[in-house]
Design a protein around this ligand. Structure first.
Ligand code: SF4
Length: 698
């Protein structure tokens, strides 16, 4: 008889519910879960192809040491010994974990606990750093905690939806489906897309603002100024629930309308129309994604957006608010357990002595990290210059995905000890592992993930673990045990870990902290297995209740007020005579990350079969590139060769190249070899969308 298991899609931050159907002969098929409040039965192309990606081709099926098969005991003993030796000889900051938004919350929790509470360093960072850390930093500055105020339903209830730096149609397709359905039902709803490229999402917009790269701060400063000039400020909300309005006003009033026109490159009519729409529309949601976050001014962009919503009091009410769309399936779960180098656990602050003390007493740990650790880009610089002696990489492929990726590869090769936990032995990173540990993939592992609207859902196993593969949390707990921390890591199941995570969120929390799922602290293994999706901070069992934050203030700064953050428009043109083009990297519809999973599906690969560089026709003509010709794109950091796709969708002077391809699928197509290691000063997020490059025919 066919079995059906409810689980969650492992790709993007929409977090769609999936029903896996397992036939008697073992064949697996998938369909959308009609009861899941994120997708109500919908799936996109990637989600619907999940069953095509679960074969064992390329899998790591047993531990390996220096390329030879090893037993688990030998491998784990070696990992524990080498990490302990490095810590004894060079101190706790000589080791690092680089983890992933692909990990389940329970894996993340154990990794964070081991590094921050028992090793005593904060050198644990995640590939979510590349994805949404500017939003985290912006939320913390404005709200006092990393809290997403709204919910997907707000996009459907809004009269104006602004999508900035978001190709929703390709990157969050089920939210796009929900939004298009809402617009069809209510054609009066307006959609504004802010993006230098005319993407598929822009095709559906009432207004497309093709701004120059990194001119978003100027655009939203101009909006802020416009709202003040036109008496559109919610004076009561500002007075009762915020601080810093005058300083933000001062920063905005230094930017004239003409300066906004000059910086953004927009026609005056379009700019006026955008400002008028925002001013006139109470129910406005502003969604932002990687085009905002992946920037050297990403955090300021986030705060420039939030300032406009605070000023109008449009936050936390149905159909209103700033809304960060997270890239990865569990970036939010990682944030909840403190998986970033500058956060603690349960959204507590590593800079706060009170929070450090609270977490240490809860964990009863021998140490607690005293200061933020190395963020992703800096972590790999430290690997490269020899400060990191032992590195453990889990469920991610930094040789492809980190900026300056040739330098990252060289650093990993030179590191004295590198452990990689992954499901595949063929990734560009796994091939450099001295110890390779076989992990569980989607359909094999169990735990929870949190989506962009704070909804926690179960991923459930429905396939037996292949070979000797084991869960990441188990690998971490076994290493912790061998390092002398057996009692604190005596977890027998993901349920044990989730219960501890929930208890920590409620520990000495009298409502002053945002993250609290303490109601789940007491659930047993059976209830954990039965868990239905819920959106924290709602009570247990009320999965259909919609929760929002901040309609009546109650922010998470000590005075319970939000902060306006003064921001300044940055210099954004990085081009020069040698590097006259602006490179913008991003995702395509049917691939995910470095293609290690989606690259297995012929159906998905048929959408776009090879890496490409999107160029404006006049640029292509000027440099002598014909359609489908090969183009070499180069920066001081590296070069790639891709096929030219000549289209007027691309702005003049810009080139778009997808981030997915790696050496496994195409020679010299790792675009992050070209992207430099420039980061946002607050979030540490790399600037992957504004890179000065040269382009020439091959
Ligand atoms: Fe999976 Fe995202 Fe597609 Fe939903 S929208 S099916 S979570 S990839």
């Amino acid at each position: 008889m066919t079995r059906e298991i409810k689980t969650t899609c492992p790709y993007c931050g929409v977090g769609c519910g999936v029903i896996a159907r397992i036939a008697d002969d073992g064949n697996v098929s998938v369909k959308g879960d009609p009861d899941h409040p994120a997708n109500f039965g919908r799936l996109c192309s990637k989600g619907s192809a999940l069953a095509e990606t679960i074969d064992l081709d390329g899998r790591v099926l047993h531990p390996e040491i220096a390329g030879r098969r090893a037993g688990w005991n030998e491998a784990l003993d070696l990992v524990a010994q080498r990490f302990s030796d490095a810590i004894a000889e060079h101190g706790p900051d000589s080791v690092a974990f680089y983890v992933s938004g692909q990990l389940l919350t329970e894996d993340y929790y154990v990794a964070n606990k081991l590094m921050k509470g028992f090793i005593g360093s904060a050198n644990i960072d995640t590939n979510s750093r590349l994805c949404m850390s500017s939003s985290v930093a912006g939320h913390r500055r404005a709200f006092g905690a990393d809290t997403v105020p709204g919910t997907y339903e707000d996009l459907e209830l809004a009269d104006l939806v602004i999508l900035t730096g978001s190709n929703l149609a390709w990157c969050h397709p089920v939210i796009y489906q929900r939004l298009t359905a809402a617009k069809q039902a209510r054609p009066g709803m307006k959609i504004v897309v802010i993006d230098p490229r005319r993407t598929m999402t822009a095709d559906f917009a009432d207004l497309h603002l093709a701004i120059r790269p990194d001119s978003d701060v100027a655009l939203f400063l101009g909006l802020f100024e416009h709202l003040i000039a036109n008496n559109a400020i919610d004076q009561n909300y500002v007075a009762e629930h915020t601080n810093g309005f005058a300083e933000a006003f001062a920063s905005a009033s230094g930017v004239s309308f003409n300066e906004v026109l000059e910086r953004t490159g927009l026609p005056a009519m379009q700019l006026r129309e955008f400002y008028r729409l925002f001013e006139a529309t109470e129910k406005t949601v502003t969604c932002y994604s990687q085009g905002i976050n992946q920037s050297s001014s990403g955090t300021d962009k986030v705060n420039a957006i939030i300032n406009c919503h605070l000023a109008t009091g449009r936050i936390g009410r149905p159909g209103m608010g700033p809304f960060s769309l997270t890239g990865q399936p569990n970036a939010m779960g990682g944030r909840e357990v403190g998986g970033l180098a500058n956060m603690l656990a349960a959204h507590m602050a590593i800079e706060s002595g009170q929070d450090r003390d609270r977490v240490q007493r809860f964990w009863q740990s021998p140490a607690i990290a005293e200061a933020p650790g190395l963020k992703a880009v800096d972590m790999f610089k430290a690997v490269g210059d020899g400060r990191i002696k032992a590195l453990w990489i889990m469920a991610t492929n930094p040789v492809v995905s980190l900026p300056d990726s040739d330098a990252v590869e060289a650093a990993i090769k030179a590191c004295p000890f590198v452990v990689v936990s992954d499901i595949l032995k063929t990734t560009d990173t796994a091939r450099h592992a001295q110890v390779l540990l076989p992990s569980l993939g989607w359909g094999e592992k169990s735990g929870t993930v949190t989506n962009s609207e704070r909804r926690i859902s179960r991923q459930r196993s429905f396939i037996d673990a292949p070979g000797e593969a084991r869960a990441d949390w188990w690998q971490l707990a076994e290493v912790a045990r061998r390092m002398g921390f057996a009692d604190a890591f005596a977890f027998a199941s993901p349920a044990d870990i989730f219960v501890e995570h929930a208890a920590l969120s409620a520990f000495e929390n009298s409502g002053s902290r945002d993250f609290d799922i303490g109601a789940y602290a007491g659930i047993g293994k059976a209830a954990y297995e039965e868990m239905t999706p819920f959106q924290w901070p709602q009570p247990i069992g009320d999965e259909r209740i919609v929760t929002r934050f901040f309609a009546k203030g109650s922010f998470f700064h000590a005075d319970r007020k939000a902060r306006f953050v003064p921001v300044e428009p940055p210099a954004s043109d990085r081009t020069s005579a040698d590097y006259p083009f602006t490179l913008n990297t991003g995702r395509i519809r049917d691939q995910w990350h470095t293609m290690t999973r989606t690259g297995k599906s012929a159906r998905l690969s048929a959408h776009i079969a090879e890496p490409f560089g999107e160029l404006h026709p006049r640029d292509a003509m000027e440099i002598g590139i014909g359609n489908a010709g090969l183009v070499e794109i180069e920066s001081p950091h590296g070069r790639v060769i891709v096929r030219a796709l000549i289209t007027e969708r691309q702005a003049r002077g810009s080139i778009f190249v997808p981030m997915h391809w790696n050496d496994q699928f195409a020679a010299r197509a790792r675009i992050d070899a070209v992207v430099g290691p420039l980061t946002d000063p607050f979030s540490g997020q790399p600037a992957s969308k504004n890179v000065a490059v040269a382009a020439r025919p091959l």
